[in-house]
Write a protein that binds this ligand. Structure first.
Ligand code: MN
Ligand code: MN
Length: 466
């Protein structure tokens, strides 16, 4: 009788289990090697510009060429377009025409960070600082007292573009935001967490050494500006036309005694971006449908703007590809499928109260499908239909992808969004799936190596579907 019950349970109950109990030793090796490359990708691309450049470098090595309007295209061709240095769209032309639709993956390569204000430089009490304006959903208290580095571009008065990198190279000095000593923290301690550190306190410490005549003021600021001028030709007004981003000065590293996890800045969403990219590169033969990989910018602030997923830049790219085959864009879209590849929250037993465990993504249970995101009554969600979930489920099973399906957290706890709705609004069948993340949006996020690899397998399955 007991055996019979066991059999019946096996037949009827969900059989999902920890991914490490499902992968072979050989597969485990593949996971490690994949993650090594992913870590290098993270270290090379800590901002959307650097990440786009790295993606293009890798793509060109794989035979992808810049697409130019009017270019004749045939199946097997590999092309890409870079959107203003901050986004990349790649296509591997399939055997079928675009009238049969494209198999698309869309991830984003921007991450929460601290941007410099347009007039950032000042001196206070003989210390020099940069004022910042945070980008994306950060928890402000997490950013002081960690080493930071600065990347971006400055357009000088004569139009010259200078690439800035302070702290990114070995041996470089880093920047930091200071915090209060606990001895004097009595009042600060009483504040609610979001107010403990204010936006106007997120000021980057730049230096303390005065230069020039003792009877002059602002000599520390002068010293800093002198160094910047020597290296980049910058004067104070040049910051007006600059885009400089402070990001954690920490490289990706293995986490845990068993090395099963990866810690890094910017897993959201470079962990899916890398999976989408590498899966495209690893297609062994020309795909049936055209495979498209989108690495978008501006997701963390709503996907608005010319480099965001709502931009017509994507439609232009697709329309150009369609035009080469005399296919109307709308005909392509309605037969296309998009996997909106973005991270989800991983269940954290340290904060169990915000999760609903039966519907939470678990670390190492594989790529996490999200039928919908949004907040409250699914507000702001692209709620994929059962047919789409059914399609993805079958696709993943057929390709041995370890997967799970989850919500972000408890219904009333909050919510979030992805690019899914912007793809779906284009009349493209879309669903979210990605890697579960611990400490999402923190300067140092954690993911499971296994989940990274399963997400890569998921992307490959999407591109190769016939
Ligand atoms: Mn994201
Ligand atoms: Mn995010």
């Amino acid at each position: 009788m007991a055996d019979k019950t066991k059999d019946l349970k096996k037949k009827l109950f969900s059989q999902k289990k920890n991914g490490w109990d499902r992968v072979s030793a050989a597969e485990s090796k593949k996971i490690d090697s994949y993650c090594k490359h992913y870590m290098a990708f993270l270290d090379a691309g800590k901002t959307e510009r650097l990440c786009a450049a790295e993606a293009i470098r890798l793509a060109e090595k794989e035979g992808y060429v810049p697409y130019e309007r009017g270019m004749a295209l045939q199946s097997g061709d590999k092309v890409y377009v870079c959107n203003r240095g901050k986004g990349v769209m790649l296509a591997y032309l399939g055997n079928k025409t675009l009238e049969e639709g494209a198999q698309i993956t869309a991830a984003h390569i921007d991450s929460p960070r601290l941007d410099l204000k347009p007039n950032p430089l000042y001196e206070d009490s003989e210390l020099a600082y940069f004022k910042t304006h945070y980008y994306g959903g950060i928890r402000k208290y997490q950013w002081p007292t960690i080493p930071l580095e600065l990347h971006g571009v400055v357009i000088l008065a004569d139009g010259t573009k200078k690439t800035v990198n302070i702290g990114g190279d070995a041996g470089d000095p880093k920047l930091v935001i200071t915090d209060l000593l606990p001895h004097l923290g009595a009042e600060q301690n009483k504040k609610p967490l979001p107010e403990g550190i204010s936006g106007e306190q997120l000021n980057l410490l730049l230096g303390s050494r005065p230069v020039g005549d003792e009877d002059e003021g602002q000599r520390v600021k002068l010293g800093v500006l002198q160094l910047l001028n020597e290296k980049y030709g910058i004067t104070e007004d040049d910051f007006n036309s600059a885009e400089l981003e402070a990001v954690p000065a920490v490289n990706a590293t293995e986490i845990g005694l068993d090395r099963s996890l990866l810690g890094a800045y910017g897993h959201d969403d470079r962990v899916c971006a890398y999976a989408a990219l590498q899966a495209l590169f690893d297609l062994k033969e020309t795909p049936e449908h055209t495979a498209v990989c989108v690495l978008a910018d501006k997701e963390e602030i709503g996907s608005d703007g010319v480099t965001g997923m709502q931009s017509a830049a994507f439609d232009t790219f697709m329309e150009d590809l369609c035009a080469a085959q005399d296919v109307p864009l709308r005909a392509c879209y309605e037969k296309s499928f998009c996997l909106s590849a973005d991270v989800t929250a991983a269940y954290d037993p340290n904060f169990a109260e915000v999760f609903e465990k039966r519907n939470a993504a678990l670390v190492s249970y594989g790529v996490g499908i999200a039928k919908y995101t949004g907040a409250r009554g699914k507000g702001g969600a692209s709620d994929a239909d059962a047919e789409t979930v059914g399609y993805v489920r079958q696709l993943f099973e057929a390709n041995d992808v370890i997967w799970q399906i989850a919500e972000l957290g408890k219904v009333d706890a909050g919510g979030g969004g992805t690019v899914a709705m912007y793809m779906a609004n284009r009349n493209i069948t879309t669903i979210d799936a990605g890697v579960p993340v611990l400490s999402m949006h923190a300067p140092f996020e954690v993911v499971s190596k296994l989940d990274c690899y399963e997400t890569y397998k998921a992307m490959k399955a999407v591109y190769s579907d016939k």
